[in-house]
Design a protein around this ligand. Structure first.
Ligand code: ACO
Length: 332
């Protein structure tokens, strides 16, 4: 049985790679910066530490390192890449796209490149976009990268937000293969009426870059934590059920569930409600929430840890600012 209708090609993830900056910031380190405690952070979020990029290390550097690692894993040369998408909410600049900077850094000179903005769901959306372009035959090889330098956009005086995020990047290489199912069609959604609950409002046309805007701190990420928590749990649970139903599968068919690594309590709540706690992958304790980078980093580490083997199905599910959400199932 093919995943795709209308004789579309089956597309697989043929390589993964990650990059995490060297500097580790622990909860204890945060105690010296804001009024918080290791105990508060760990019990509320499951996080022990996160990585912080150097000042001279940009989102495109994190992305390029993860991209190179994924290409090496896939045995694909940079020149073979036709399409390069970077999912990020912390780009190097408004324009050109971070993907164009990455193209130059990894010498993927035959690729066409763009960024995709869907916050923490970005990598999942980019995976779907790239998969569809390969499935139709529009391109042969795609490099999808989720990369974030969240530390630039955090208010290091706001304990409500600065403890929750980290920097990093993860990448997938995609190709058409003879796999039975490959990357199966996903389910996706958005609700722009809830945009105000999670955003970095300043710097664009809504709140242009002025001294007043900067004094108000609108250049930093802002969040209504409790509201985000509620929507993330219900949204991701529904996405999982919808994508299983779409493919007439049950949770027993899935070897590993990989949710956006926002917070251990969110992941545990989804696992409990779906009765799949034993198969929920988690690495949020090491990296905190790396937004669009979290899903590809988690997939890479789940594979490395032997949680999925060739032929197994893994279910990816994400939720993020916008709001945006979605899920898909990938045959490994
Ligand atoms: N250290 C110590 N105290 C803190 C800290 C901190 N770092 N941050 C907040 N507090 C305080 C608050 O000020 C509040 O104090 P008050 O009662 O005196 O006002 C108290 O702790 C309780 O705050 P709550 O917000 O009620 O704590 P809650 O149990 O809801 O946990 C948290 C907060 C962890 C942010 C939770 O709401 C959450 O996980 N939300 C989801 C956020 C998220 O994952 N966002 C990521 C982006 S979206 C995504 O990726 C899906």
């Amino acid at each position: 049985m093919s995943n795709q209708s209308n004789s579309l090609r089956t597309v697989s993830i043929v390589g993964t790679g990650i990059y995490l900056p060297e500097k580790v910031m622990t909860n204890r380190d945060l105690e010296k910066i804001v009024d918080t405690s290791d105990e508060w952070i760990y019990t509320r979020t499951g996080m022990h530490e996160r990585r912080i990029a150097r000042d001279d290390e940009y989102t495109s550097d994190l992305a390029a390192n993860a991209g190179r690692a994924a290409l090496a894993d896939a045995g694909v040369s940079p020149e073979e890449v036709d399409l390069l998408i970077v999912a990020t909410l912390s780009p190097d600049a408004f324009f050109p796209s971070t993907a164009c900077y990455v193209q130059d850094k990894i010498a993927a000179k035959n690729a066409y490149c763009y960024d995709l903005g869907a916050a923490c769901s970005g990598s999942l959306f980019a995976l779907e976009t790239a998969k569809n372009q390969i499935a139709t035959g529009a391109v042969e090889t795609a490099l999808v990268i989720g990369a974030e330098k969240m530390s630039t956009f955090l208010n290091w005086k706001d304990r409500n937000t600065c403890v929750l995020f980290g920097d990093g990047a993860g990448a997938f290489v995609l190709k058409a293969t003879g796999a039975e199912r490959g990357i199966m069609d996903g389910v996706f959604g958005s609700d722009g009426s809830l945009a105000h609950l999670l955003s970095t409002p300043g710097g664009g046309t809504r709140h242009p870059m002025t001294h007043d805007m900067l004094d108000e701190g609108l250049q930093y990420l802002q969040m209504e934590g409790r509201e985000v928590y509620k929507h993330a749990v219900t949204g991701m649970k529904k996405s999982v059920l919808d994508v299983l139903e779409k493919h007439n599968l049950s949770s027993d068919d899935i070897a590993c569930f990989i949710a956006h690594q926002a917070n251990a309590r969110i992941i545990e709540a989804i696992g409990k409600r779906l009765k799949v706690e034993d198969r929920m992958f988690m690495n949020v304790e090491k990296y905190a929430n790396t937004s669009a980078a979290a899903l590809p980093i988690a997939v890479h580490e789940a594979v490395q840890a032997g949680k999925v083997k060739k032929g197994d199905l893994m279910l990816l599910v994400a939720f993020g600012g916008g709001f945006t959400w979605g899920a898909n199932i990938v045959e490994w």
